[in-house]
Ligand binder design. Sequence first.
Ligand code: ZN
Length: 390
Amino acid sequence: MADSQTNTEMGLDSSEMQRYARHLTLPEVGVEGQKRLKTGSVLMIGAGGLGSPAAMYLAAAGVGRLGIVDPDIVEASNLQRQLLYSTADIGRTKLEVATERIGHLNPHVQVTGYAERFDRSNAERIAQDYDLILDGTDNFATRYLSNDVAVFQKKPNIYGSIFRFEGQCSVFAPHLGGPCYRCMFPEPPEPGLVPSCAEGGVLGVLPGIVGSLQAMEAIKILLREGESLSGRLLHFDAMRAKFREFKLKRDPDCAVCGASPTITEPVDYDQFCGGTGSDEAAPAETEIDVTELAGLLSAEGFKPTLLDVREPFEVGIAAIDGSIRIPLGELAGRHKELSRDRVIFVHCKSGVRSAQAAELLRGNGFSDVRNVAGGIDAWAAEVEPDMARY
Ligand code: ZN
């Protein structure tokens, strides 16, 4: 009893000493470091492609407390890269499966799940209980939100991002002298200019590499060992098998971490990012749903323009008959190809890029432009069920 009492005071019992043996023999970790990991905590935003390897490695390494924010359920299309989940888990909540999996991996780890989307209403409350934030969501609204909250609460934000065959990782920690995400990118891109992971695709191994880099940075920070990626952006090109590094500088005029910050609490990220699938920002009369569109397109005598602003490879997968195809990135230079006398219905995959295209056209004097809500994805679901979906 006395022994176990002593061990408890030390923070590691005999089963933990065995489990972490390969850590304990490293002078940079040792018992002291392992206790730091055990008393450490990481908030994981998202338990997907990046969150899967990060959560598993953090748990295996003995980080004592993991928070996971993820409202999603496991879908078949997740399994190509999200290693927390198995085929049998399709339809279950990610939180339930992740908690179970981590519990099997290391019962010494305490997992707290948050079945909600990380947003301005809950971000500060959730983040305050953790030492650092690991952003595994890869969307702009959450990227800016987690950056800002981490700056407000003076905790490191471990950033990871993936797209197709490339990924990047950094640590944003202005309180330790480095820059924040806004020092590099003060404002988010225009809605729809950046295709989402679902639209652009991602090679399955890539999130494993970037998520593991994020876990490594988290562990180094908790151990207080090594050189973190604060002030550096590490870029990985999978196709060329090349890592490159970019220096990042703090912006003294940064709106959130600068000398006179103008952003001191979470702002409305969805509205300025537009990329979260929310339709709330668009006035109803500028949109049309797919069933109404199908009716109009088949009406006698009505000749609208159906504009498809997706990339050529997407058009190759599926397209609506009779559409004019101009990728969003070319629209500014090619809108003269479109008739100003016709109603224009513009669509993309899910409605985000096409909303941007509609704005661009209205700004160039096209008077009647309507965004097809839900894009070709909704069309395939509701109008043309034989159409390929991606
Ligand atoms: Zn900054």
